[in-house]
Write a protein of this length. Structure first.
Length: 159
């Protein structure tokens, strides 16, 4: 496929107990246990935007707060390709997949600060704290390797 990758940032947001925030996609409200129904906050970067700046913007947009500090940055960009049935449909039909820069962050706020309803078109309709090891099982198959890499790289921050 000749389409480019979309630049993206992602957050593994840890609470004081070492759990991570996962959120349920609003377009999959009945996917309580389905792979891909729950995911980590992530989003596209603006042209020329620094990833460390983008991650706080994305947290604010997606979960209503950027009360966090960066603990670590994954040393590599992680890539995934969309499955063929999503080519030309997902990501505006303009990308083959995403090139992602992931960050481990410590959440500095309280649960009440997490507000999914602040965006007029929320990406998520529910959230919860989960164990870091749960992440690969939550991911859609084409993103599972990325979530496995995040568990390995950021495991030292988990509870």
């Amino acid at each position: 496929m000749s389409l480019p990758y979309r630049d993206n940032v992602g957050a593994v947001l840890f609470n004081a107990l070492g759990q991570v925030l996962v959120a349920r996609r609003a377009d999959m409200p009945n996917a309580e246990g389905a792979a891909g129904g729950w995911q980590l906050p992530q989003g596209g970067m603006d042209a020329g935007e620094d990833p460390a700046v983008a991650i706080f913007r994305e947290l604010q947009e997606e979960i209503g707060t950027a009360e966090a500090e960066i603990l670590a940055e994954h040393p590599e960009w992680l890539f995934y390709d969309l499955p063929q049935e999503l080519w030309g449909k997902a990501l505006g039909g303009k990308y083959r997949g995403q090139r992602q820069k992931w960050f481990a962050l410590r959440f500095l706020g309280s649960d009440a600060d997490i507000r999914l309803d602040l965006d007029p078109h929320p990406e998520f309709d529910a959230w919860r704290w989960a164990g870091l090891g749960e992440l690969p099982g939550l991911a859609v198959p084409f993103k599972r390797a990325i979530y496995e890499a995040l568990v390995r790289e950021f495991g030292r921050f988990g509870g």
